[in-house]
Design a protein around this ligand. Structure first.
Ligand code: ADP
Ligand code: MG
Length: 630
């Protein structure tokens, strides 16, 4: 960066010109060239920035009171000048210096917006009319302006700077004058946006979108908003629209909250929480850092967004604020994190949120289902984190099953268990299609025994750490000991007799296949779980489960596949024909038995969503067998 020596006397007189980051350029093109039904949101965005700037200064001043320098009356002032055709939004917040300006007003700060713009690049059909609802932030000024001037001075610094752009690819920065700290944004309003040059219009827009701002927003002598922190108001006095606006402001989100949780707790530690559960997944839900986004306030002073220890990562979809007067303002973030009061608040919050979710699950199962679809995966992470809420969480979980069109909870599953069944069966895989059609399920389907279909990566871990639901143990059906024998199936009486009897010829076949496959399988056995497919692979009693192994292999933590038990369906025609061939003592001169044995093994792998280990050999064997058959 070209920042000169910063002594007031040696301010650069020259104007520096910069290009916008590519994504900003693209965003500005869209913003400037389309017409929006809701472009009045530019005011919301700029007021929101002014309010954020005041919050930031108030926070910095906790450790450096000199920054505020006597001026404690934080506010955002609006002015409309019809003659000059300008709207001005001015704040006495933290302000920006040269580097801040370069780092923020030229790039895209918000990850969500970046992702949205990227999406626009890919898909031209995106409804551009919607863009106003997204987080275009500061750049929304260009929806209504053909030129924007930002004069700003950072609290505690002497220099002021002027940032100017017409929103067409470039912006400039030069030194400027500003008597006090803060930021003034002057928008030169476009011809087609002159409706905003009316006080009444501006006033209406501010009342609609910015009432929740905790600092006064003024136009002339009039204060337009309630100017009290929304979470300090009585819950029944807050309209759903006000909640939505506050949610948008505080979360940089643009959907409606799915659930609002607003309450005050008085006790050893007192606090207020105003939480929103979004309707849609936020963009960064699966960031590896698993950061929370609930803002912490101490006595209405903003402290930080996302502090560890306030909420566990499995609730990271929550947005909103927690405000406590019992935490100390003047201790470091680290000390705050380990403050026992913080732990108390956290426990209270988790209980409250789980309680609200339980209520929803009970009273509005359909609405709960939409929540589950968006955030169930995250909630399930709580089953593997050591926490005292695991049992409550497990009850909230919803699962797809082989016998039900809809998701069910575990109590429902248990209630439907068959006579003689005392385990909860599950199968884990990468996608629904694959697990739902897995050969492993066949015997269970034939008996009407329900199997949970699990396809989230986290499932592999929680079934291990939770082990059981109430007194019922979880059991993977891809294991050799997932016994079906003791369970009375729906069609036991007529169909099942003799199916699994080992005939002598099968013993010979098994021995022959074992010989052919050698080390590539752990064992070959007769299957009790197959009805349609000829073969499947299962994990031996004490071996690692099939899906876990696959996952570890993908992550490079295991080499090559582990030998598995190959199970043969005694009733399948391929198996009985092979058995007959072996029984007759036919010599395998044509290598057909060998080819068939390996093709069966490969087929079992394919059914598990895997690729045969040696594709060239696979193709060769397939040709050999087809040639023979034709
Ligand atoms: P966001 O508010 O989501 O971060 P914006 O596009 O609205 O995104 O603003 C980008 C950045 O510009 C802000 O994060 C902030 O650092 C800076 N900024 C914008 N307006 C102001 C202001 N009035 N005072 C101080 N900084 C500001
Ligand atoms: Mg903003």
């Amino acid at each position: 960066m070209t920042k000169p020596e910063t002594k007031p006397e040696t301010k650069p007189v020259t104007k520096e010109t910069f290009s916008f980051q590519t994504e900003v350029g693209r965003l500005l093109d869209i913003v400037a060239s389309s017409l929006y039904s809701n472009r009045e949101i530019f005011l919301r965005e700029l007021i929101s920035n002014g309010s954020d700037a005041c919050d930031k200064l108030r926070h910095s001043a906790l450790t450096n009171t000199a920054l505020i320098d006597g001026d404690h009356d934080f506010k955002v002032e609006l002015a409309v000048n019809k003659k000059a055709k300008t709207i001005t939004v001015s704040d006495n917040g933290i302000g920006m210096n040269h580097d801040d300006l370069l780092a923020t007003l030229g790039t895209i700060a918000q990850s969500g917006t970046g992702a949205f713009i990227e999406q626009l690049g890919k898909d031209d059909k995106t409804d551009l009319g919607l863009i106003g609802q997204f987080g275009v932030g500061f750049y929304s000024a260009f929806m209504v302006s053909d030129k924007v001037e930002v004069t700003t001075r950072k609290a505690g610094e002497d220099e002021a700077w002027l940032w100017v752009s017409d929103g067409k690819g470039e912006f400039s920065i030069e030194s400027a004058e500003r008597a006090e700290r803060g930021t003034t944004v002057v928008m030169h309003i476009k011809k087609d946006a002159k409706e905003f040059l009316e006080d009444a219009r501006v006033s209406h827009v501010v009342k609609t979108y910015s009432d929740h701002i905790s600092f006064p927003v003024t136009l002339g002598d009039e204060t337009l908003n309630a100017a009290s922190a929304i979470w300090t108001r009585t819950p029944k006095d807050i309209t759903p629209e006000q909640h939505t606006e506050f949610y948008h402001h505080t979360s940089h989100a643009f959907d409606d909250p799915w659930l609002t949780i607003h309450n005050r707790v008085e006790g050893v530690v007192s606090y207020t929480n105003l939480f929103y559960i979004p309707t849609h997944r936020p963009f960064d839900l699966f960031d590896p850092e698993r950061k929370g986004h609930v803002k912490l306030y101490v006595n209405r002073v903003f402290i930080t967004e996302s502090i560890d220890g306030l909420l566990p990562p499995f609730l990271r979809f929550l947005r909103g604020v927690v405000d406590s007067e019992d935490l100390s303002l003047n201790i470091s973030r680290e000390m705050l994190q380990t403050d026992p009061k913080m732990a108390k608040i956290s426990t209270g919050l988790v209980k409250r949120v789980l309680g609200e979710l339980e209520k929803k699950a009970k009273k509005a199962p359909e609405e709960f289902a939409t929540f589950w679809e968006a955030f169930g995966v995250v909630l399930k992470e709580g089953l593997i984190e050591a926490n005292p809420h695991q049992d409550r969480l497990l009850k909230l979980c919803r699962f797809a099953s082989s016998e039900q069109g809809e998701l069910s909870n575990l109590s429902e599953y248990v209630a439907r268990m068959k006579d003689g069944q005392d385990e909860i069966y599950y199968i884990i895989g990468d996608d629904m299609e694959q697990v739902a059609n897995s050969p492993h399920l066949e015997g269970f389907k034939a008996k009407g025994v329900e199997v949970l279909l699990l396809i989230d990566p986290v499932d592999e871990f929680w079934v291990r750490s939770m082990d059981r639901f109430e007194d019922k143990v979880f059991k993977s059906i891809t294991r050799s000991d997932a016994g079906l024998d003791d369970i009375a199936g729906k069609d036991d009486a007529d169909k099942d007799e003799d199916k699994t009897k080992d005939t002598p010829s099968l013993d010979t076949l098994i021995a022959a296949i074992k010989l052919e496959l050698g080390e590539d399988v752990k064992d070959v056995r007769v299957s009790k779980r197959l009805t349609d497919s000829p073969v499947c692979l299962v994990a031996d009693q004490d071996d690692m489960d099939v899906n876990l192994e696959r996952m570890l292999r993908k992550q490079g933590q295991l080499n090559g596949p582990m030998p598995r038990v190959l199970e043969l369906n005694p009733n399948h025609v391929i198996v009985s024909k092979l058995a007959a061939r072996v029984e007759k003592g036919t010599k395998d001169d044509d290598g057909l038995l060998n080819a068939a044995a390996y093709l069966l093994l490969d087929q079992a792998r394919i059914a598990d969503g895997e690729v045969p280990t040696d594709l060239a050999a696979f193709a060769k064997r397939l040709s050999a067998v087809m040639e023979h058959a034709l």
